[in-house]
Ligand binder design. Structure first.
Ligand SMILES: Nc1ncnc2c1ncn2[C@@H]1O[C@H](COP(=O)(O)OP(=O)(O)O)[C@@H](O)[C@H]1O
Ligand SMILES: [Mg+2]
Length: 348
């Protein structure tokens, strides 16, 4: 089985995005974002979700999900009318950049004012590119360029053409997680389990898909979970009528065999750790790329002593795909194993 190739974001440039006036940040295989509450860590990683959601669904949904364009562009006395996101990316076969700017119009309306993409192929083929402004295609490397519309991203239309498809796939594969133990405990409708949902709600399906397609990967999840939560032996999907849930096996002092626990009896910390590990290690073998994964505060509800194991998990996962985490954990940050270049300090 061939694993998907990694697709990394090498840099992010933001302009007037939510609380962030402007920033340019270079990213590494593993990135830990630290800073006070309200400093913009979540807004920063949300920019990646904004891009993947705008391409996967559409710009309208991405804006509406965040309260509309007036909530997405930075509010300030100067009233900027535009916000912009720019990404540089790299994978084995190509590298490049993708930028767009969105302007607020009257009545909560918006327009894509600029959008550009350039792909440099590592095999020496000429670059693929397009440059769009105000719904007009200014230049493009393809013979027949689709029409541009100023209320949606042009890369969606261009993804139908071979040179832009890999960029589209890499960017739409980015995921930002904020796992929620409550959602993970709820009985779940079975789904194909290719992709963990943002809050972890379909974790049972994803674990089951892992068990079938790549048991070794599920073992990695279970081994890290054992280290973070001593006593856990395994976790599996359990059918509950037409629904599904989780079945944990945990060693209990004095018992000969591990005891079985259902999701409702499992602590928040354990549940969150499971969600974080599945987010880190579940790879959709059907997709061409292993795209970046961002995780909000993975240490929440964990014992500080578990931070070292959590860092090991983040580091291990970053060998397969890029990892970005926001964190408040001094234990995570103080770990001697952490390469200081992985730290990104965020200030409002
Ligand atoms: N459109 C916006 N303009 C200005 N500030 C914003 C906008 N949207 C959110 N914010 C501010 O961003 C802050 C939250 O940033 P966030 O990224 O969640 O912080 P944290 O670093 O704690 O994750 C809030 O204080 C909020 O006021
Ligand atoms: Mg936050």
């Amino acid at each position: 089985m061939t694993s998907p190739a990694r697709f990394d974001i090498t840099g992010i440039t933001l302009r007037e995005y939510r609380s962030i006036a402007r920033c340019t940040v270079r990213l590494r295989p593993l990135n830990l974002l630290v800073g006070p509450n309200g400093s913009g860590k979540s807004n920063f990683v949300d920019s990646l979700r904004f891009v993947s959601q705008s391409l996967n669904e559409n710009l309208d949904n991405a804006l509406r999900d965040r309260g509309g364009v007036s909530e997405v562009r930075r509010r300030s006395t100067g009233h900027p009318r535009h916000f912009g996101i720019g990404l540089t990316f790299r994978c084995a076969d190509f590298s490049g950049e993708y930028h767009f700017r969105v302007g607020a119009a009257k009545g909560g309306d918006y327009r894509v004012t600029h959008e550009s993409c350039r792909v440099a192929w590592h095999d020496g083929r000429p670059d693929s590119f397009f440059n769009v402004a105000g719904g007009e295609v200014l230049e493009a490397s393809v013979q027949v360029a689709p029409r541009a519309l100023d209320d949606r991203l042009y890369l969606v239309a261009m993804s139908g053409l071979e040179p832009f498809r890999p960029v589209f796939d890499g960017l739409t594969g980015m995921n930002v997680y904020n796992v929620n133990p409550e959602s993970m405990r709820e009985p779940q409708k079975p789904d194909p389990g290719e992709l963990l949902r943002r809050d972890g709600a379909n974790v049972a399906s994803v674990l089951e898909a892992m068990r079938r397609a790549n048991p070794a990967r599920k073992l990695v999840v279970e081994e890290f979970l054992q280290r973070i939560v001593p006593g856990i032996v395994s976790v599996d999907r359990k059918a509950v009528g037409a629904w599904e849930s989780l079945d944990f096996r945990q060693e209990v002092a004095g018992a000969d065999a591990p005891w079985q626990f259902q999701a409702s009896s499992i602590s928040d910390g354990t549940m969150r750790a499971l969600g974080v590990l599945v987010a880190l290690f579940a790879v959709d073998d059907g997709s061409p790329f292993a795209s970046p994964v961002a995780i909000e505060e993975p240490e929440t509800a964990l014992h500080p002593a578990a931070a070292g194991y959590l860092l090991d998990a983040l580091q291990e996962a970053s060998h397969t795909r890029q990892v970005i985490a926001t964190t408040h954990s001094p234990e995570l940050l103080d770990s001697p194993e952490l390469d200081p270049r992985s730290l990104i300090s965020v200030r409002a």
